[in-house]
Design a protein around this ligand. Structure first.
Ligand code: NAI
Length: 248
């Protein structure tokens, strides 16, 4: 039996990149996975690819995690479709980079609404179910940028630092019910998000990574799968950096 047989997982931002890899890795361990992303085409395609490898494991849901009411509705629908949710992975995240001097209010709000309020919305929507589930887990995908900051990313840094604080407070509030809540802080991982960076910036970043390369989506998915498993039952309120040594 795989480590997540009979478990139900929700992965936000599961349409591509790190989220899709996490959804796939959880399915590989036997979980039924709700793949959530903003567009139906993106989560539909990701679910199709996962089902090709692990038939019947993935279901797609097109929802904006920043929309509080829509996320409440999503929790109801997933409960009806897949049953009791055991694992919630808050991975949906966006960037709207620019120096603070030029940053528009809208760039600040949009990033905070998805990256931080999105996690508030999902935890609120699923917490009652998680409190009664077997081996309940909340895993938030933060970023090393939430730990060390980055010029041009005040909004993103604040959202991810906020997500880390949220993780620790949720871990304390829900510990009595054996719900664990941890954050994974990826360093620079090759995805569509980092592909957008100019080559000069990529080279400058690599020079600061002790292991000397960008990470891969699998590096994050492996850690998330472990945290989601029964083996990780005694770990809560932690931030695990998966960053090639950048923040040691
Ligand atoms: P990506 O841009 O490739 O994928 C993000 C996914 O989230 C997409 O499927 C998108 O549709 C979905 N999404 C965005 N906003 C959403 C919303 N409001 N509601 C529902 N779904 C939404 O991003 P990537 O690189 O895979 O990143 C995933 C997470 O990992 C993000 O939280 C990001 O901040 C974090 N991260 C990524 C790093 C990297 O180097 N790629 C480094 C550190 C953290």
């Amino acid at each position: 039996m795989s480590s997540l047989t009979n478990k139900v997982a929700v992965v936000t931002g599961g349409g591509r990149g790190i989220g899709q890899e996490i959804a796939r890795a959880l399915a590989a361990q036997g979980a039924k996975v709700a793949v959530v992303s903003r567009s139906a085409s993106s989560c539909g395609k990701a679910a199709e690819e996962i089902n090709a490898a692990f038939p019947g494991s993935a279901t797609a849901y097109a929802v904006d995690v920043a929309d509080h009411a829509a996320v409440q509705e999503l929790a109801k629908t997933i409960g009806e479709d897949l049953g009791t949710v055991n694992i919630l992975v808050n991975n949906a995240g966006i960037t709207r980079d620019g120096l603070l001097m030029r940053m528009k209010e809208e760039d600040w709000d949009t990033v905070l609404d998805t990256n931080l309020k999105g996690a508030f919305n999902t935890v609120k929507a699923f917490m009652r179910v998680l409190m009664k589930a077997e081996d309940p887990r909340i895993i938030n995908i933060a970023s090393v940028i939430g730990l060390i900051g980055n010029a041009g990313q005040t909004n993103y840094s604040a959202s991810k630092a906020g997500l880390i604080g949220f993780t620790k407070a949720v871990a304390r509030e829900l510990a009595g019910r054996q719900v664990t809540c941890n954050a994974v802080a990826p360093g620079f991982i090759t995805t569509d998000m980092t592909d957008e960076l100019p080559d000069a910036i990529k080279e400058a970043v690599v020079s600061k990574i002790p292991l000397g390369v960008f990470g891969e989506t699998k590096d994050i998915a492996e850690v998330v799968t472990f945290l989601a498993s029964p083996a990780a039952r005694y770990i809560t309120g932690q931030v695990i950096a998966v960053d090639g040594g950048m923040t040691m």
